[in-house]
Write a protein that binds this ligand. Structure first.
Ligand SMILES: [Zn+2]
Length: 67
């Protein structure tokens, strides 16, 4: 399986990838953020935590309800 091939064949997927890349840049130092995703199956919540390894900043924490 090749991720690049999948992106070329699926425009929806590629658009999503571009969106994620914009969102994942540190507002302070412009370096790539580290994204950690946790799921809480017991209450259908997905927690997304973006942090910068350079300035040790937690850029955002987002909770998504999965239904
Ligand atoms: Zn940073």
């Amino acid at each position: 399986m090749n991720d690049n091939n999948e992106a070329l064949l699926n425009p929806e997927h590629r658009r999503h990838q571009a969106f994620v890349q914009i969102q994942n840049t540190c507002p302070l130092c412009n370096s790539q953020l580290t994204i950690r995703v946790e799921t809480y199956l017991e209450n259908y919540t997905l927690r997304e935590e973006a942090s910068c390894s350079t300035c040790r900043l937690v850029a955002r924490v987002k909770d998504h309800k999965m239904h």
